[in-house]
Design a protein around this ligand. Structure first.
Ligand SMILES: [Zn+2]
Length: 223
């Protein structure tokens, strides 16, 4: 039974990945240790929109639909970023969450230098790590970062807009990160856990290669 299951899983994967637009790769200098740099990756940003956000994209997910109107600013870097003894693969940010004063102004100015106008969500990816990832792991990493990129909610739980009707954005944590202990002790008690179990049960394939994502946004939140 096991070999048949794994060949079925491989067939499913091969159905998905050859249809992807060509996967973005970091520029050659980003593979070197020195000099450290950041590279604007407009093609990577366009690939994310085409693959994950645009309706009908090969890995489109309606949970990312609000990002159709968002500006993503994607950077590659070879700078090493360690957090909690793990090497960070990627981060998702919003400019507004930086500290105020010059720190925030400097960050926004730098983003404008790179992207023209400051993007709603700067996304940073480690080039040296991304090169080593399988297509599936790379896509899981990108999808993970996009799940952090949320529309802010008002007090009634509805999507929030500013005074001129533009969506307001926020960085979202994970539905489940602090719930494992609760589930172990008490079983499934919350709607988020039920939703997760239903998603896991209906997923076509959990895969035979473990994907462990070291995300700077998560590691910072957990610190
Ligand atoms: Zn994360």
């Amino acid at each position: 039974m096991a070999p048949r299951a794994s060949s079925r899983a491989a067939a499913r994967r091969s159905l998905v990945f050859p249809t992807l637009p060509r996967r973005p790769m970091p520029p050659a200098p980003c593979a070197e240790e020195e000099p450290v740099g950041f590279w604007v990756a407009d093609e990577f940003a366009a690939w994310i929109v085409d693959t994950f956000i645009r309706p009908g994209g090969p890995l489109a997910n309606e949970e990312h639909a609000h990002l159709n109107d968002a500006r993503l600013g994607v950077l590659w870097t070879n700078a090493i970023n360690r957090s909690q003894q793990r090497e960070v693969m990627a981060t998702a940010e919003i400019p507004g969450i930086q500290a105020g004063g010059w720190r925030r102004a400097r960050f926004e100015w730098q983003l404008a230098q790179w992207f023209g106008t400051a993007p709603d969500f700067p996304l940073t990816f480690s080039g040296p790590i991304a090169r080593t990832l399988s297509d599936r792991a790379f896509c899981a990493l990108v999808s993970h970062e996009l799940h952090h990129c949320a529309q802010a909610l008002d007090q009634y739980g509805d999507p929030k807009f500013d005074a001129v009707g533009a969506p307001m954005y926020a960085i979202k944590g994970h539905d489940l990160e602090q719930f494992v202990g609760v589930v172990q002790q008490f079983g499934v008690t919350s709607a988020a856990e039920r939703a997760f179990l239903a998603a896991a049960a209906s997923a076509p394939d959990v895969g035979d290669d473990a994907i462990e994502i070291a995300c700077g946004t998560c590691l910072r939140a957990a610190a």
